[in-house]
Ligand binder design. Structure first.
Ligand code: A3P
Length: 318
């Protein structure tokens, strides 16, 4: 049986376009987007087997858009009736363990997880895959999708640092910034092309505002309380007047803030459930506009021009 499964997988991969990229060895283009091979196997399994429930929440992001933050905020908002911010599981458990990825964790290695243990609502999952590749049950059920977008320049710089962490652990050299940047601009990056990813969710958020909420890292930084209110309303659990009066929104904002999460012992020391990363690797600087410290003005202009072209007429901007 295993042999047959393996052959099927090999057939799947060999039917796909492939390219050598960054430190990931080969990436393959599956349903219009680039992934390392193990993600394709997990995604295909997830697409076949995951059954969304109407009460599920899916946190969707491009890698390095602020997923850790969005997972923490969504978890805190959705579970606040069970756990007040001062007793939150976030105080002892990493957001990636509380809100597992479908394709990077639960369906990893083609395993089919028993989700019955999670059946008490609300279930919260995360994905990095584009809207187009979500399991049909996610698209067709009443479950909610929260997407967090981020400026591509900061996303790229964050991704480059993150992959360097992994490369460094394997004794590898720093990844060449210019080459990586060129690949990113051409759409060759895990889960890319970046703009197709963002636009897929953006369009859905316009067409089905009850289904997809589109937030941005930059707006969250600027006015976390307002964005948190939008999030809670969208998820069907708006903050009550009393909650607002006693400062629950501010408590959640603080609990999930960069400095507070980063300094929690378990986030400083624990091993991440994702590849060979540590929890601490998911916290770097957490600011808007850090790209300016790493990219030349020409690089900035190149990606900004691409952004202008790709997002033209969409109503979306970063
Ligand atoms: P930087 O590398 O720009 O600092 P992801 O969680 O999708 O992997 O994204 C990681 C990015 O989000 C990193 O960005 C990280 O520092 C930042 N980040 C992590 N937790 C955050 C938080 N609570 N608030 C703001 N940014 C956060």
């Amino acid at each position: 049986m295993e042999e047959v499964e393996k052959e099927k997988e090999d057939e799947l991969l060999s039917s796909l376009p492939k390219i050598k990229a960054w430190q990931m060895g080969y990436m393959y283009k599956y349903q219009g987007f680039w992934y390392p091979p193990h993600v394709i196997h997990a995604l295909a399994t997830c697409q076949e087997h995951f059954e969304a429930q109407n009460t599920d929440t899916i946190v969707a992001t491009f890698p390095k858009a602020g997923t850790t933050w969005m997972k923490a905020l969504s978890f805190a908002v959705l579970t606040r009736a069970q756990h007040s911010p001062s007793q939150s599981p976030l105080l002892s458990i990493n957001p990636h363990d509380l809100v597992p990825y479908l394709e990077l964790k639960l369906y990893k290695n083609k395993q089919i997880p028993d989700l019955s243990a999670l059946s008490s609502s609300p279930r919260i999952f995360a994905v990095h895959v584009p809207y187009q590749s979500l399991p049909e049950s996610v698209k067709n059920s009443a479950c909610k999708i929260v997407y967090l977008g981020r400026n591509p320049l900061d996303t790229f710089v964050s991704f480059w640092h993150f992959l360097n962490k992994s490369a460094g652990k394997g004794g590898g050299e720093t990844l060449p910034l210019e080459e990586c940047f060129d690949d990113f601009c051409q759409g060759v990056v895990a889960c890319g092309p970046f703009f197709d990813h963002v636009l897929g969710y953006w369009k859905q958020s316009l067409e089905r505002p009850d289904k997809v909420l589109f937030l941005t890292y930059e707006d969250l930084k600027e006015d976390p309380s307002m964005q948190l209110k939008r999030l809670a309303e969208f998820l069907g659990c708006p903050f009550s007047v009393e909650e607002e009066r006693v400062g629950v929104i501010q408590e959640i904002t603080k609990l999930c803030s960069f400095n507070v999460l980063k300094d929690m012992e378990h986030n400083k020391t624990g091993k991440s459930p994702i590849a060979n990363f540590d929890n601490t690797d998911f916290f770097r600087r957490g600011v808007v506009g850090d790209w300016i410290n790493f990219l030349t003005p020409e690089m900035g202009e190149r990606l900004s021009n691409i952004m202008e072209q790709k997002l033209a007429g969409s109503g979306l901007g970063f």
